[in-house]
Design a binder for this molecule. Sequence first.
Ligand code: G4P
Length: 540
Amino acid sequence: MVAPDVASPSAPEIAGEALRRRTFAVISHPDAGKSTLTEAVMLHARVIAEAGAVHGKAGRKSTVSDWMDMEKARGISISSTALQFAYHHRDGAECVVNLVDTPGHADFSEDTYRVLSAVDCAVMLIDAAKGLEPQTLKLFQVCRHRGIPIITVINKWDRPGRDALELLDEIERRIGLRPTPLTWPVGIAGDFHGVIDRATGEFVRFTRTAGGATLAPEERMRADRARELTGADFDTAQEECALLSADGADFNRETFLAGRTTPLLFTSAILNFGVSQLLDALIEHAPAPQAPVDVAGRPRAIDAPFSALVFKVQAGMDSAHRDRVAFARVCSGAFRRGDVVTHAASGRPFTTKYAQSVFGQQRTSLDTAYPGDVIGLVNATSLRPGDTLYVDAPVEYPAIPSFAPEHFAVARGCDTSKHKQFRRGIAQLEQEGVVQVLRSDLRGDQAPVLAAVGPMQFEVASHRMGGELSAPIQLEHLSYTVARRTRPEDAPFLQAQRGVEVLTRTDGALLALFSDKWWMETLLRNNPDLVLEPLIAAAD
Ligand code: G4P
């Protein structure tokens, strides 16, 4: 059923809108410059709508999120949402870019991973002085698992860092992704004149503007003029480019989309250098939203009736209203506020009168959205991550996988008279995907084990239980670090081992928890019939 008062976009219109969209996320280790890059991107773009854009650190002007007291206290953003802007490509094409934000703190959670199910491309941001860092590697593994193509950005080239060829070598050696630089630096990190645009051979000059506050003019020039300005450094860069080409490190769209190569650029986000080249690269090379594939492996045309995948549920965004917002990525068709959509999991109709784009505490109604866009549905109490919404032709998309938890804690209610609230609250957190919940007869219903990818998920769970869910909890941390899926016939043996516990997850999966990986591997070696399946791990 559709809203009667808004004209329905035609199939060619929908296909055209999808074609000019790019939806991506930045994956990086904290401090690599993600907030700075996001701000620089906004400077280059005309911001259309921001669905709860959260970036920046405490004290920074652009920090707009104050969803949770905890976030304020820690000066970090826990939530992930999307920012939409229009961008004019160098050749004049007007595109719409959706930047889906991943939390920027050292700790991480399942949310970070779920966000990656909403994007078509990832930008891997690397600090020129540090190279690949642990969180970048974990996020990279998730992108690889999901087949998301990656553009690599080496940032902070304005200050001393590592050698460019050495960084390329590290990427290829450690993650098996072959860098194919789109730009190549003239001058070393810290003593940098600009980059060669490898597609045209032109030199793009780097000029410092005060703190990157204004958009630096991009000065492009031919090689002879560049050589006059930069001397031997330009010759060296040209020689290195020739070596890269001889070594087969030129951009190749097919291998990029297949996840075997990564186009690479050099930037100084703080000085705004390289940002328009990154946006141009996204438009030229990153895939537009593709026809989504349903749970049975059948594609649904991009211009088929509306369908969307919920990838994140955020509660407590507005303490005055205590509401919940479900963020969904449009997979097919056009979304129009007021449409009555069907929730595939329950088959029940769901009204979208309150579809909004959310920006910190500010909200604006969202009227239309196309494939690749992110919509925020307010007070969508029945929606959970992985749910499908559709109009007319039924469809269900594959669920977002649960990632391997690495942190475990027993939750107990502080007030035994609040047993009902406790059970309801834990069920709610489980449904929203804040934590995974594991149970066993041995521990009983009063003491479920909460499992998380990152310990911050526990903080969020405690905060929510003590706050709007009205059942404060105490957490007793357990010393397990590894979880594997096992079979019912192996459970009694495992349960009898020291340092091992078997519990059932709410989705029915039987999980064996081990104190450490070494012990798990020893048990496997000594008992060859034992079946222990790895869960989807961030990084092993
Ligand atoms: P994050 O979101 O990935 O955690 O990183 P963020 O943008 O906050 O950047 C981390 C630090 O790196 C900041 O410095 C920021 O100014 C600096 N930075 C980011 N991009 C560049 C760059 O291209 N060149 C240089 N030289 N520095 C860069 P800070 O001192 O921690 O914070 P602030 O006081 O500058 O905000």
